[in-house]
Design a protein around this ligand. Structure first.
Ligand SMILES: CC(C)(COP(=O)(O)OP(=O)(O)OC[C@H]1O[C@@H](n2cnc3c(N)ncnc32)[C@H](O)[C@@H]1OP(=O)(O)O)[C@@H](O)C(=O)NCCC(=O)NCCS
Length: 204
């Protein structure tokens, strides 16, 4: 964090320099945002005016939020959660159900189903002005909590899956830091998954 100290220095009639008001300014751009400082709300029509200032270097993700997220929700295809900090929408995550097709590795673990249930991160985006302040990590943690809650209360859910888009900047290293693994390499997107049985945050 950068701290700037601003002081008013003035010269009196006696020719000496005096220090007047001293104030400090913190540059908050590097300070991590804490979970308790954020309000998480499901996207509703009354939020729409708040979205007009949302900006990201991934314009497609801004367009989805502004143009499609609510309609997808009305069709029960996905649910979008807005992260609101100091009255502004600073990030969002869109979740839906999915499944993962099994490979031979699981058969060695005694699992013989063709696919296993998963929660999918359909979209995840942080406003450009709030990058690197921990919001991406908080939203991934939120999806893990959601998957755990589904499993503890309603139905099976083994994985979190997503398709990392190869846009201007690859999000793959970010997801790898969150312990996601690359499933296979495709042109345009990289499918990734987090096995919740391996995840130390799993509370069951
Ligand atoms: C990828 C994204 C979600 C990261 O969000 P963020 O809030 O900046 O991430 P965090 O602050 O939680 O960063 C967590 C860690 O990942 C690292 N990180 C963040 N973005 C990264 C990137 N693109 N590449 C490599 N590392 C990255 C951070 O440096 C940080 O590391 P640290 O814990 O060692 O300090 C954000 O850059 C974004 O919204 N990008 C545009 C949209 C996008 O690509 N979404 C994913 C679509 S699939």
């Amino acid at each position: 964090m950068n701290l700037s100290i601003l002081a008013q220095i003035f010269q009196k009639n006696d020719g000496k320099l005096y220090i007047g008001d001293v104030c400090t300014e913190f540059d908050m751009s590097e300070v991590k945002i804490k979970e308790e400082e954020v309000k998480i709300e499901i996207l509703r029509p009354f939020h729409m005016p708040l979205l007009s200032t949302f900006c990201s270097y991934e314009q497609e993700l801004v367009d989805f939020l502004v143009e499609d997220a609510l309609e997808n929700q009305n069709q029960r295809l996905s649910l979008t959660f807005l992260w609101i900090y100091e009255g502004r929408v600073v990030s969002y995550i869109t979740l839906l159900n999915d499944r993962i097709n099994l490979k031979a590795a699981f058969q060695r673990q005694g699992i013989f189903y063709r696919s296993l249930p998963a929660l999918k991160i359909g979209r995840l985006c942080v406003d450009d002005r709030f990058l690197h302040r921990g919001l991406g990590t908080l939203m991934v943690d939120f999806s893990i909590e959601a998957a755990n809650s589904i499993f503890e209360n309603y139905s099976g859910c083994r994985f979190i899956v997503l398709d990392a888009k190869q846009g201007k900047e690859s999000p793959v290293p970010f997801y790898e830091k969150q312990r996601f693994k690359v499933l296979n390499v495709r042109k345009g997107t990289t499918p990734m998954c987090l096995d919740l049985l391996d995840n130390i945050k799993l509370s069951v």
